[in-house]
Design a protein around this ligand. Structure first.
Ligand SMILES: NC(=O)c1ccc[n+]([C@@H]2O[C@H](COP(=O)([O-])OP(=O)(O)OC[C@H]3O[C@@H](n4cnc5c(N)ncnc54)[C@H](OP(=O)(O)O)[C@@H]3O)[C@@H](O)[C@H]2O)c1
Length: 344
């Protein structure tokens, strides 16, 4: 691989954390597309603190305020990004997220999607059929406390695999090789626990993470903000959380045509792990909801529901929480727009 130049699309908590790690690897250049933190990053860089790694301040080679600015710069400087690391929140109702990358992808570029949710790769495959798409989920916990200041809380475990549905052998081999190369970069960047999977394994890992998120995230919002631990210690909520995880995993096994792989944690182990989490952490959906932001509703709840339906399967509990949260979000958006009209 010739000198990698990584463009981080969405330099928030996860994007900035991985950008700051990758920038420590000799020969790797990192640039970033920012949004609300743009001015802070231009002025002071991306500061990342961590209980594991030394504090770093990353000054990206190029800091862009928008994808449009990145497109202009690419034309002007003939830049070829080897990897486009996408780490935006997935708010699908705002439109096709893959449009952000229009004009930024070269022949030989890999698109690395480091986001939660299911079916998130499809829009990229459709828009960039020739590009290598690498799918990734991470258990890293991080937050952007103020613009440009990122706090890594704990964990780094990251799962990565090529997205190659219906690919021929050559395309599949190339995607596998590029996945291994990117995983090696993460490893050189000090991330010790990167699990490399094949396409099928990665899709199972994605369903598994989505099962946990589909249970924990909306429940925290609908229950008005208990911590992760408080939810699993509540007798009734524990029953509900396990049942949501189970129905999503059961559907995953039917759609993917195999039992839950041995290497994925069982529901009881997941719940036990959360019981031992004394950090006081909340699911990110609650953090977004409380801050008045839209939540990753479609990626985490709507997409599994639709995939189940396409296969003639049902997810009754997931459907209920999806319908409730969707309506709650609509009601809140309407209230916001009435309030802002009254203020003007
Ligand atoms: N944080 C975690 O601990 C964690 C753990 C595991 C997985 N994840 C997943 O990782 C993904 C990223 O989460 P995150 O917590 O890093 O979110 P985040 O802190 O909100 O960061 C997302 C960044 O993307 C930027 N962005 C969004 N749309 C953009 C656009 N059109 N152009 C340029 N920038 C844009 C946001 O800018 P604005 O600030 O202007 O909105 C923000 O800086 C999500 O799918 C999440 O579920 C997060």
């Amino acid at each position: 691989m010739s000198s990698p130049h990584v463009l981080v699309v969405g330099a928030g908590a996860i994007g900035a954390f991985f950008a700051s790690r990758l920038a420590t690897v000799p020969g790797v250049t990192v640039s970033a597309i920012c949004r609300s933190n743009y001015k802070a990053v231009v002025a002071n860089g991306l500061r990342v603190t961590s209980p594991v790694f030394d504090e770093t301040v990353l000054r990206p080679a190029f800091t862009f305020c928008s994808p449009d600015e990145a497109r202009e710069s690419k034309q002007k400087h003939d830049t070829k990004w080897s990897h486009l690391l996408v780490a935006t929140k997935l708010i699908q109702e705002l439109g096709d997220p893959s449009a952000l990358l229009d004009g930024l992808v070269n022949e030989g570029s890999s698109i690395v999607l480091m986001q939660n949710g299911l079916g998130i790769e499809d829009p990229y495959k459709k828009r960039f059929p020739q590009a290598t798409i690498i799918s990734s989920t991470t258990r890293t916990s991080a937050i952007q406390n103020k613009p440009g200041h990122i706090k890594h809380n704990f964990l780094t475990r990251t799962t990565i695999g090529p997205f190659t549905p219906n690919a021929n052998e050559t395309t599949s081999d190339i995607a596998t090789q590029r996945t291994q190369e990117f995983a090696a970069l993460l490893h050189s960047a000090g991330i010790p626990d990167v699990d490399i999977l094949d396409h099928a394994g990665m899709q199972f890992a994605r369903w598994h993470k989505t099962a946990i998120n589909a249970a924990m995230n909306p429940t925290a919002v609908l229950a008005r903000g208990p911590t992760n631990r408080a939810m699993v210690l509540d007798e009734e909520l524990e029953i509900h959380l396990k049942a949501v995880m189970k129905e999503v995993l059961d559907v995953a096994c039917k759609i993917l045509g195999q039992p839950l792989p041995e290497w994925l944690p069982r529901i009881a182990d997941v719940i036990q792990g959360v019981k031992g989490d004394t950090s006081g952490s909340h699911p990110s959906m609650w953090v977004d909801w409380e801050a008045g932001r839209k939540v990753e509703l479609e990626a985490i709840l709507g997409n599994p529901l639709r995939q189940a339906r396409e296969h003639g399967l049902v997810l009754p509990r997931t459907q209920t929480i999806y319908a409730l949260l969707k309506k709650a979000q609509e009601v809140r958006e309407n209230q916001h727009s009435i309030e802002s009209k009254l203020q003007t």
